[in-house]
Ligand binder design. Sequence first.
Ligand code: ZN
Length: 160
Amino acid sequence: MTLGNLRDLYQQVILEHYKKPKHKGKTAVVHRQQRGHNPSCGDTIELTLQLNEAGDRIEDAKFEGEGCAIAMASADLMAGALRGKSVDEALEMVQRFQNMMKGEAEFPKEQRKLNVMQGVSQFPVRIKCANLTWHTLKAALESANVETANGFVSNEKEDA
Ligand code: ZN
């Protein structure tokens, strides 16, 4: 497969997640709720997480939002990848994704679906779109509870 075909394939996967998201909505029980905003493109995301009883594992993740295909596809892919992950694993994934956007990392085989976003690292203006959902996840996981998480996080100052 040529590089051009591969790029087309990734674009198709991204568009597919944008048009037919599998994880849009709100989790049945909301343990974490966080809104995120990417002012440079206008993308907004509201992420909800359902955790296990101990609060250290993600049972379900869903998102609502408006924005470009990259931002929405990234959120849908992330929500799918988070199910069953521990909070620590999820935070490692945030780091890995951000490194991938710098062209410095990719996901291992079990999480290779997330690598479809790798091509975005070639387009600096879109990196914030792809990172928004991960940025929002980090804020959600680091907030102690729903009550303190009502503000918007913005990735305006992020040096992506
Ligand atoms: Zn965007």
